[in-house]
Ligand binder design. Structure first.
Ligand SMILES: [Zn+2]
Length: 249
């Protein structure tokens, strides 16, 4: 009995060449259809891989864009990258990025006078970590408290602990301007609950703060325990110069 291949006078694809590189197709024998000429190069496979990689890059770019947007960095810090900066504690920042591990309770506490150096450096760290694939959230600390307390009203569908857990999902939380918030009514217990959860959950936080503000909130009765807990999660780095611009001449 003749195979289909033997029935066809000229084998399939005989004499064809690759469009890309000009390599002639080579004969290959199949038990059911006989001789078929197939590409003698791997151009088609390479093209397919390139296309897959392109799709992957587009997908990664979309994730990156979404994460950068979700991080909610202040507008005036968006253009800055770590490699172009010269400011205090830049080496500590690079070290932090290099050794970063999610859920390792490794944080930084940037203390210094008003100026954008500490906030911008915190944002730079956040951006680098997003580029490395991590999820980062930037919040002025009073804003974080506002979101947490919005769970008592009808506008936020989550309850308090659900909102805390939402925040705790991030690989890094940046709390800017800690100490400027007002501690009245239930704010102190809310913040204590929040910070305790982040502590137990091994969250990584970067806190920026102005020394006078910290002195002010230290005077609040019962604040010390909460305060200690927050700073058990971080390594203190001082900024002595007033601002990045001034320090840069
Ligand atoms: Zn080819």
């Amino acid at each position: 009995m003749k195979t289909i291949g033997q029935l066809i006078k000229t084998p399939i694809n005989k004499g064809r060449k690759c469009f890309e590189c000009g390599t002639e197709y080579v004969a290959k024998e199949y038990s059911n259809i006989g001789i078929v000429y197939v590409p003698g190069c791997n151009c088609a496979l390479k093209k397919q891989i390139q296309e897959e990689e392109r799709k992957q890059r587009l997908y990664n770019f979309a994730i990156l864009k979404r994460r950068l947007k979700d991080a909610n960095f202040p507008y005036d810090t968006l253009g800055t990258r770590l490699k172009t900066r010269t400011c205090e504690n830049i080496e500590a920042a690079k070290e932090y990025i290099k050794n970063f591990k999610p859920r390792s309770r490794q944080g930084l506490y940037f203390v210094g006078p008003v100026g954008n150096a500490k906030t911008t450096l915190a944002v730079c760290i956040g951006k680098e970590l997003i580029l490395k694939g991590y999820k980062v959230k930037f919040m002025v600390f009073s804003q974080a408290i506002r979101v947490l307390q919005s769970t008592y009203g009808t506008k936020n569908p989550l309850d308090f602990m659900e909102q805390v857990k939402e925040f705790a999902k991030y690989d890094l939380l940046i709390f800017d301007d800690f100490g400027r918030e007002a501690y009245k009514d239930r704010t102190l217990t809310d913040v204590a609950d929040f910070v305790n959860y982040l502590y137990t959950n091994l969250n990584n936080v970067i806190i920026t703060s102005n020394p006078e503000m910290v002195e002010k909130i230290k005077q609040i009765p019962d604040f010390q325990a909460m305060f200690d807990r927050f700073f058990q999660m971080t390594k203190r780095k001082d900024f002595r110069k007033a601002s990045y611009r001034r320090s840069n001449g």
